[in-house]
Design a protein around this ligand. Structure first.
Ligand SMILES: [Zn+2]
Length: 203
């Protein structure tokens, strides 16, 4: 099921998420079904938007789960991810976020990141540890940020960002984006859940 995407300005995007309970998942079928259904909805919502990654708080669930495009590793679902090690070099690269449509920030990230996480399989949750590089490492650092309540606008706070408007771009401070969004100047192709609980249809 495609869910509305929580917009910037909502409290849930600033809160640290809660871990999926491993014991409950293995022992309680209802809990497992709920987690599986959230993951299925997250994948549907990411594909429909379309987006390259999506964290649970972006569809209004406070769980430590994110999904992402396959990239080179083929991994798509990450439960309770923990950064084991940052390595390589720090690089600037442009990032966008489904919760802040049309806004792009230059964000500094490590070129390599090793994480430990759980993956849902037929037998239950399987623990994996893997090193990701380049664009995939960037995507993972972006999504892990979401699970810690950290948005790209917080990382680049006070700096100028790029906002795509129509066919052109304007440069402004991230803090002004919400004003533009509230005034209806920001286009988005998917339904969004606003901070006041209302749904904003695509525009
Ligand atoms: Zn994001």
């Amino acid at each position: 099921m495609i869910l509305p995407i929580v917009s910037y300005g909502s409290d849930i995007l600033l809160r640290k998420t809660e871990e999926v309970d491993l014991f409950e998942y293995q022992q309680n079928q209802q809990y497992q079904d709920k987690i599986r259904s959230i993951i299925a909805d997250m994948l549907d919502t990411m594909k429909a938007a379309p987006g390259q990654g999506l964290a649970a708080p972006q569809v209004n669930y406070g769980f430590s789960i994110f999904v992402k495009e396959k990239h080179v590793s083929g991994e798509t679902v990450f439960i309770n991810p923990k950064v084991v090690k940052f390595s390589g070099v720090k690089k600037l690269g442009q990032e966008g976020c489904l919760s802040i449509p049309k806004l792009y920030c230059d964000v500094e990230r490590y070129s390599k990141v090793t994480i430990e996480y759980l993956v849902p399989t037929e037998k239950g949750l399987e623990r994996r540890q893997k090193k990701f590089t380049n664009e995939e490492a960037r995507a993972i650092q972006h999504e892990v940020g979401h699970l810690n309540g950290v948005l790209i606008t917080a990382i680049v706070k006070g700096k100028l960002i790029t906002v795509r408007q129509g066919t052109g771009f304007i440069i402004e401070k991230a803090e002004y984006w919400l004003d533009d969004f509230n005034k209806g100047y920001v286009e988005h192709k998917y339904r969004m859940l606003l901070p006041d609980g209302f749904i904003k249809e695509p525009c």
